[in-house]
Structure formats: C-alpha cells, structure tokens
Design a binder for this molecule. Structure first.
Ligand code: HGY
Ligand code: MN
Ligand code: MN
Ligand code: MN
Length: 416
C-alpha cells in the first residue's frame, strides 16, 4: 500500500462530521453517522461484499469464500469468520483517526489481499468481515462500546433503550429517527458464533511506538482496567449576590475539590483519573448552583491500583461534602476489567510483522469486549504526538499505509 492510495480513500470520509474546531462530532445515529454508514455500504458494494446491520446497529461487510472453499460451517470456531474493523463514532470534537482508521484500513486491506490472491492463486478459506461497531465512545449515550456490549449481552437492552443524550433524546428515539428498530436490541449469540477471530486496527493513543525504533505498527498486549463513575453533588441553589458565604451549601466547591482529589488519588496510587465533563444546574452566572453532575474516568495498570484510586476518591469527596454541607452520590456507569489479549494470536501476529513491539494500552476498545468471546488482537498505528480524543490526533499517511499492509498480512495469515 502506498501513502497516496491510503490518502485517496481517507479523504472520502475526512470531511464527514468535521466541526469548525477541526475536531469531529460523529455521534451514533446522527447525520454524520448515517453518512458514514452510507459510505461503508458503498465501499462494500464496490467490493461485492454483503452488508448486514445487526439488531444493535452494528454494520458488517462480508467477503465470503467461493462456495467450493467454504469449510464445514459446523467446524470448530477456528473456521469462523476473521472479523476486522472498528467504529465510526467520536468523542465530541475528537480526532479523525480514533475508530475510522480501523474501518478504512480494513477495506484497503481487503483490496490488497484480493490482489495478492489473484497474483498467487491462493484462495480464501474463511469469511472475512469488516465491522463498524456503533457507539464505541459512549460520546452520545454515555456507555462505551455499547454496540459490542449489546451484541455480547454485556449491557441490558432495556437499560440501553432508555439511555439519553445531552438533549434528552433516548437511544430508542434516535434509532427510530434513523429508521432502526430499538425493540430488536439485545444479545446476538448466533452472530458471535460466526466469528472465529477479531483483529482491530486502531490509531495508537499515547506515544509508546514513537520511541520504538522504526516500528510504524505495534501489537496490543492488554487493555488497562478502567471505568466511568457519575458524581452528583447536591447543594442549595441561591442568589450569588445576597447569600452570605457561611450560609452557602455550594456544590461547585465540592465539585472543584473532587477534580483535585481525582488527580491526587491517581498520582498517589499510580494510575490515571480525569474529570472532563461537568453539568451545573441552573448554570447561571448570578446563582449558586443547586446541583453539579460530573463524570470521573479512572484507569490503572491493574485492578488493585484502580480500586485504590476509587476508594480514596470516594472517601475524600464524601468528607469534603460533609464540610460543604452538600450531598454527593457516586455511582458506577461502566467498568471494564483488565483485558489480556489472546497470547497465541498476539505472538503469531507480532512474529508475522517481523517482531512488532507489543504494548498495553489505557484506551478501551470493542476488541476489549469481544476478547472475552473470541480470540482477539489489536494493531496500533504509530501516533507521533500521542494526542487522541482531541483535534490534534494524527498519524502519517506512510504509517497508515504500513498499517494497511500489516492488516492485509494478518488477514491473509488467518483466513487463507
Ligand atoms: O475511551 C476510550 O478509552 C476509548 O478511546 N473509547
Ligand atoms: Mn477507538
Ligand atoms: Mn476513543
Ligand atoms: Mn434578580
């Protein structure tokens, strides 16, 4: 794959959902998402691939072997489809590559593999499918990897239907408006059974590869345990200009303390904690807030450290609320235990790629959800600045082309 070929296909989706901040707003079931789904369908059609949208809104493009090559469908799982792909959705004003790079690279890797099969006469022995999982970021409805978690039964369909976005639109309403049926949401064991392996290519988030010699592509070893908690601080709304300081029960104070406490507990325990989203009621300049809601994102190299961060954070924030005369409720939104990727598959891929670096990540992925069900691996494409979930996210066309070559080699190794 050459960088020009990568850039040509990349430029087809690059404008979709780009905001004037230079970041991307590609929320699931939004117009941008529907445009990306239409692009996905067109790419699949161009390649004669069959498109299916599953009951949870995840899209799949299938490349089936010629009938005479189809192995016995009842054969052990290792003959199941080799799934690749990623997600289209973004965090608000996120980067261009997180998600879409895995889908664009998958279509280009299929092209490369097809050219290779024509040239060598080799044949496809297992189906190859490209997935576009929905709501991976949880950027609209709050639960990350929602589409893959629904498919695997890790999230309850009723809970999902009722999830709301910042405008109060439920997932069910958003799906109906897009012509999808929310009543169909639910586990999809039959589809899972058809998958024999999942390999997700993703832009690196962080910059470990930058120090790894000349490696444009790395292989994931694990995903750190991580989770999200909702922090609701309730106080007493009042007038900013007439309420004496000692008489205040200001939830903003408890919230401000919570932001600092998250950072301190993470530093002490050796992990990461972030409060990047907050909503105040009534959110008025001249009123003391009555309620402040914030979301904590915490991640750590192991469960013990994550637990330390959470227990330290909870006890310190509750203590502070007592001093402020406010009330705080901290509830878990989602939590992902450590994901160790399939060792055999990981080492096979690293060797196939000439000894590619193997590294853990603190970022969550659909691969982290599927890893509990099928042999799963991840490829990371070097991110020279490490920036992600922000407009500055970038990978060079040359490294992205190297990622396509690596993915094509992996698909050939697993499916032919
Ligand atoms: O939040 C994450 O870790 C991922 O990028 N969705
Ligand atoms: Mn992602
Ligand atoms: Mn992301
Ligand atoms: Mn007034």
């Amino acid at each position: 794959m050459d960088a020009t070929g990568f850039r040509r296909l990349w430029d087809e989706i690059d404008p979709i959902g780009r905001a004037d901040t230079g970041g991307y707003v590609r929320f699931s079931w939004s117009d941008a998402d529907l445009a990306l789904r239409a692009w996905f369908d067109a790419q699949a059609a161009e390649r004669g691939m069959r498109v299916e949208t599953d009951r949870n809104g995840n899209r799949f493009a299938w490349w089936d072997p010629e009938p005479e090559q189809v192995v016995d469908p009842a054969a052990p799982r290792r003959h199941g489809a080799v799934l690749t792909g990623s997600h289209f959705d973004s965090v608000p004003h996120g980067g261009a590559y997180d998600g879409p790079l895995g889908i664009v690279s998958a279509f280009l890797a299929v092209d490369e593999l097809r050219r290779d099969l024509r040239a060598t006469g080799a044949t496809l022995k297992r189906p190859i499918a490209i997935a576009a999982f929905t709501e991976e970021e949880g950027g609209r409805f709050g639960i990350p990897c929602l589409g893959s978690r629904l498919m695997t039964g890790a999230v309850d369909a009723d809970r999902a239907r009722g999830l709301t976005d910042r405008d109060g639109t439920t997932l069910a309403d958003a799906m109906r408006a897009a012509g999808a049926d929310p009543d169909a949401l639910g586990p999809d064991p039959e589809r899972l059974q058809r998958i024999g392996a999942f390999v997700e290519l993703h832009v690196e988030q962080g910059r470990a590869l930058d120090g790894e010699g000349d490696a444009a592509v790395g292989v994931a070893s694990a995903i750190w345990p991580h989770g999200r908690w909702r922090v609701v601080v309730t106080g007493a709304g009042d007038h900013a200009g007439t309420t004496r300081l000692p008489d205040r029960h200001d939830p903003m104070l408890t919230f401000a303390f919570a932001v600092l406490a998250a950072r301190k507990e993470a530093r002490l325990a050796g992990g990461l904690a972030t409060i990047g989203r907050v909503e105040a009621v009534p959110n008025a300049t001249n009123a003391i807030a009555s309620q402040v809601t914030a979301w904590l994102d915490a991640r750590a190299p192991d469960e013990g450290v994550l637990g330390e961060i959470l227990s330290g954070f909870k006890s310190k924030v509750h203590e502070r609320a007592a001093r402020d005369g406010t009330h705080v409720r901290i509830s878990r939104e989602s939590e992902t235990p450590v994901v160790e990727f399939d060792l055999e598959l990981r080492d096979r891929i690293a060797a196939l790629l000439g000894g590619a670096p193997v590294l853990p990540t603190g970022a969550g992925h659909d691969a982290g959800v599927l890893a509990a069900h099928v042999p799963t691996a991840m490829l990371f494409v070097r991110n020279p600045t490490g920036v992600s979930h922000a407009p500055g996210e970038h990978a060079s066309d040359e490294d992205c082309a190297a990622g396509v070559d690596a993915l094509a080699a992996v698909l050939r190794d697993l499916a032919c």
